[in-house]
Design a protein. Structure first.
Length: 92
């Protein structure tokens, strides 16, 4: 009767293994789904942040650009004056 007992035990063992595998598989599938969802959410957030960042940056650039170009012009004029007064005559 030991063989029958062993066969029953084996059957039970394999059934448990299958159950475990199924449970693991389901858990992984769920985790994978959750990860996909989280990734989607993160990408959405990142996109929003990028849009926000870009519009703020553009606003800042628009706001500062005239000042920057004015400062550059003033800098060039100043440089011309200095080089002229020192007699370098670089002719910029």
């Amino acid at each position: 009767g030991t063989k029958v007992f062993k066969a029953e035990n084996d059957k039970e063992y394999y059934r448990q293994q299958m159950d475990n595998a199924r449970t693991t598989s389901n858990r992984l599938r769920t985790e994978n789904q959750e990860l996909k969802t989280e990734t989607k959410e993160l990408k959405k957030e990142l996109g929003k942040m990028k849009d926000l960042f870009n519009s703020e940056q553009l606003e800042a650039l628009r706001h500062h650009f005239p000042n920057i170009s004015k400062a550059m012009e003033e800098g060039k004029d100043l440089l011309k004056q200095i080089t002229r007064s020192r007699g370098f005559g670089m002719g910029m």
